[in-house]
Design a protein around this ligand. Structure first.
Ligand SMILES: NC(=O)C1=CN([C@@H]2O[C@H](COP(=O)(O)OP(=O)(O)OC[C@H]3O[C@@H](n4cnc5c(N)ncnc54)[C@H](O)[C@@H]3O)[C@@H](O)[C@H]2O)C=CC1
Ligand SMILES: O=C(CO)COP(=O)(O)O
Length: 321
């Protein structure tokens, strides 16, 4: 019987644990909050996914030593907590695949999840699982397709086969940088799309933002060696399309609240805010032109209003597509 560890018992970690356990795989689902994990163990319900019962195959735990069990490790904590999370794991995880689902760029180091993993655990095998998928859809067993990216082709192939399920199709890629940058950058553009709709600018404007946003994603990721094909696939265009057009997306919801000048619940995970800030800092260092990310950084930190940000985007010099 295969085994798997999922670190991070939020919506996404729990959804993946449920999906993976459907074929009898034994999953250890780790969360940091001892009380919340005890409650989840008793009720078999995660309040973030209230309609989904956790199967018996899932061992809900707050004991990090449970990750010593065999099998790949999936990390589904928010991006800005990954550095600290890896520091808490005292095992070197030698030879173990460590698969990040975090979508973002670390503000302190300007690195993505795979680099943080390789720096902290040089003997582990870093991989990334990303693409268009809401936790609720995965947990309910609705059809979903994701990118699994791993630089080690044979490990990637083995993971693709182990983690693909009848309703969860994993497409394999060797372009780890491209896959993780797609997931990080689409959140920034989704905030812009939400602000556009929330402030009543219309769906044509949103389509323009998505298209020019994709151009920004390509410019940025190509600079760091990503392949264009990856950005046009599930982890780039696919996730951009989902997140910019669905009210279920928290990044979209946050942008929409900004557009309507409404308050937003600070406890909700909105990965695009810190990533926009990291992108602006990286753009300053590299000279990359990232106007939408600049606008999102300014509106999400309260430096500019949505209408001022729009005016500055519209006032840019006309250029070739
Ligand atoms: N929810 C979704 O539909 C999807 C989420 N993701 C990604 O998965 C990652 C996690 O997102 P969600 O599960 O949705 O977030 P969530 O807000 O539902 O859960 C986050 C979890 O991380 C835990 N956490 C917070 N700070 C922590 C720390 N310092 N150390 C350890 N654990 C900590 C929280 O207790 C919570 O259980 C994000 O990067 C997100 O972009 C990816 C695909 C879909
Ligand atoms: O990444 C996601 C879907 O693929 C989830 O998006 P949000 O974090 O914006 O909710």
């Amino acid at each position: 019987m295969s085994e798997l560890v999922v670190i991070g018992a939020g919506a996404f970690g729990t959804a993946l644990a449920v999906a993976m356990s459907r074929d009898g795989t034994r999953v250890s689902l780790w969360g940091r909050d001892v009380g919340a994990m005890a409650a989840m163990r008793a009720s078999r319900i995660n309040p973030r996914l209230p309609n989904v019962k956790l199967p018996d195959e899932i061992n809900v735990t707050s004991d990090l030593s449970d990750i010593r069990k065999t099998g790949p490790i999936i990390i589904a904590t928010p991006m800005q907590t990954l550095h600290n999370m890896l520091d808490q794991i005292d095992d070197p995880l030698a030879g173990r695949p460590v698969i990040a689902c975090c979508k973002g760029i670390d503000l302190k180091t300007h690195q993505g999840p795979s680099k943080l993993i390789s720096n902290a655990k040089p003997d582990a095998i870093a991989a990334v699982l990303t693409g268009p998928s809401f936790a609720t859809d995965i947990a309910q067993g609705l059809p979903t397709a994701l990118t699994l990216a791993c630089a080690d082709e044979s490990v990637g192939l083995a993971l693709q086969h182990q983690l693909s399920k009848p309703m969860l199709r994993l497409y394999l890629s060797g372009d780890v940088i491209g896959a993780e940058l797609g997931g990080a950058l689409k959140n920034v553009i989704a905030i812009a799309a939400g602000a556009c709709i929330g402030s009543g600018l219309g769906e044509s404007a949103r389509a323009a933002l998505m298209t020019r946003g994709l151009a920004e994603m390509l410019r940025f990721s190509n600079h760091f060696g990503a392949q264009t094909q990856t950005m046009m696939g599930l982890s780039g265009f696919g996730d951009l399309a989902l997140t910019c057009t669905s009210n279920q997306s928290r990044n979209f919801q946050f942008g929409a609240a900004l557009g309507r000048a409404e308050a937003f619940d600070k406890s909700v995970t909105v990965e695009g805010v810190a990533t926009a800030q990291a992108v602006v800092e990286i753009a300053k260092e590299t000279g990359l032109d990232m106007p939408i990310s600049h606008a999102v950084c300014d509106i999400s930190t309260g430096n500019t209003s949505v209408s001022e940000a729009l005016q500055s985007l519209l006032a840019r010099p006309l250029k070739k597509e």
